[in-house]
Design a protein around this ligand. Sequence first.
Ligand code: G6P
Ligand code: ZN
Length: 543
Amino acid sequence: MTILTQSCTPFDGQKPGTSGLRKKTRVFMQPGYLECFVQSIFNGIDGVEGKALVIGGDGRFFNAEAIQTILRMAAANGAALAIVGQGGLLSTPAASHLIRLRGADGGLILSASHNPGGVDEDFGLKYNIANGGPAPETITDAIFAQTQTIHSYRTLDTGDIDLDRIGVTPLGDMVVEVVDPVTDYAALMEDLFDFNALRALFASGFTMTFDAMHAVTGPYARMILEDSLGAPAGTVMNGVPLVDFGKGHPDPNPIWAKPLVDLVMSDDGPDFAAASDGDGDRNMILGRGVYVTPSDSLAVLAANAHLAPGYARGIAGVARSMPTSGACDRVAEAYGVECFETPTGWKFFGNLLDAGRVTLCGEESAGTGSDHVREKDGLWAVLLWLNILAVRKLSVKDILQDHWQTYGRNYYSRHDYEAVDSAAAHALMAELTAKLGDLAGQSFGACAVTSADSFTYHDPVDGSVSHNQGLRINFDGGGRAVLRLSGTGTEGATLRVYLERYEAPGGDLNIETQAALHDIAVATAQISGLTERTGRSSPDVMT
Ligand code: G6P
Ligand code: ZN
């Protein structure tokens, strides 16, 4: 086996976004494209000589082939050990856990998360650091800098290795260890949650449907929910991972998981339903007749986490991304713990979690997690909800009503304008940024602006500063609109408009969400000129 040094020229646009590098699959499949990026990762982290890496992905098209390439390159670059999920599969939270459990130096996770998979769809690759979390901006910037000057990469002159067989295989001077992707993760869940109480819940006839959306969580959910907790066979739907996710869009929201939502909204639907995304880090929570927004879910979990053994001592604090609703802030206030507002992107929670400042964190983009790993974790959120339901013996709907009656309700919705012309979207943001300073005191329809700014984050742990993290417009009475451009799209620009309005306990807590937010939506459209700029009269997706 010889080490080959292949010359290459830089590819444009290999800039890691909110969550690694995401491109069309065919872009990644161009000769040398993946190799240039992987070598740039290795170069950007001062090499991988003697290091241990965790490698796995969500099983989408090109996952297995890309892993073989990465393994050859890791071996040629002197890595000591590669821990790989069987069949090349590892959910993102399971990869984060494995990095921590095995004391690995980092990991490469192959996923485009909730984006569709297939030769004409999306692919992605990101690097996680030794704490198990996504690489911070200093590292992704260093990787990007490498992509712009790279002139060669190293690989091995050898064939593929068998990723389906659990065990250890040498590859050059590196050891490849193929592990069961589920076992260690399932053991962690059993440490955190009262599995006996959950078994009793299912034994009592409690019904649940989990939609794995033909993505990576299928094997995890079947082993934990059906095999270990005794939920009836069939509790997990779409449980077999497919390279194209069954041609679906593995994004757990009311649009893309509509069959599940229809099921749980019907009178004979299950007591509880949930879904996860392509790589298993997102979640959607539903109860019979009710959809729980991710922002509300974070708040409910923060208020009730102490009911699960892993959090019995209470939570140290909570963090949410800036566009996420302020529902969890009220819980933190009631419990007298800190609440942090970070930019969008899970990587911003890493320092707070490492420093023990927060126990739970979450984002409006269907992500919730805790200090058990350094990624958001879909199944973890589902199990924490189940643990709470088992202890409180209330329906999801009643838990939500009780929560609003205690803390008030943050009506919330995100409106997405997808595949907008990139120049038009940037012009809209630039124009709005320029006029932010003049908005306070002006009224738009029924809404008066109290303040407006562009969000800058000062990391309280390492002092780093992140500018331009979204435009905020606050309205009289606690309403708010946030506008930002997506950092994960692969086509044109996606404009996200986040709308929020607070209703105190005792107020009207059961208005239809879009109706509750109508005035704020109209004011926001007027302020931003979004109809003229985007050419769209309504959003493509409302979550
Ligand atoms: C990924 C990240 C999340 C982030 C989301 C935002 O899922 O892991 O932390 O909230 O992207 O995506 P956006 O498209 O809004 O930039
Ligand atoms: Zn994901």
